[in-house]
Design a protein around this ligand. Structure first.
Ligand code: AMP
Ligand code: ZN
Length: 112
């Protein structure tokens, strides 16, 4: 989608601090980290968020979690939280599916 921030980051049109990239997804550090380690995993395909996952596009979700587990091991993370916000009330600010991976501090439950 031409006016989507994360599509532009996925296409390399806007720079990011990349952690991992392949033909299907990109992992990069959040510009405003909420934990000592905070990166985002996004599909290169534009999906507006968790509320738009279907039987046709859901394989990328499994692949994103497989990649998250591998990156966490590579970074030596013994504990982490994965978050995805869908819609305004949940706090989604970028309408392109992304998984936050947060680690390196104690977390509270339930989330605010
Ligand atoms: P959400 O509010 O759940 O939609 O998450 C969007 C996330 O994208 C926020 O944590 C922002 O800090 C992050 N973000 C926004 N712009 C950029 C950018 N240019 N590079 C990296 N992270 C970004
Ligand atoms: Zn997009």
């Amino acid at each position: 989608m031409s006016d989507c921030l994360f599509c532009k980051i996925a296409a390399g049109e806007i720079p990011s601090k990349k952690l991992y990239e392949d033909d299907r997804l990109l992992a990069f550090y959040d510009i405003d980290p909420k934990a000592p380690t905070h990166f985002l995993v996004i599909p290169k395909e534009h999906i507006s968020g968790a509320g738009e996952i279907t039987a046709e596009n859901s394989s990328i979700v499994a692949y994103a979690f497989e990649t998250i587990a591998r990156l966490a091991k590579e970074l030596g993370l013994s504990s982490f939280r994965v978050v995805t916000n869908w819609g305004e009330q949940a706090g989604q600010s970028v309408p392109h599916l992304h998984f936050h991976v947060l680690a390196g501090r104690d977390m509270t439950w339930p989330p605010g």
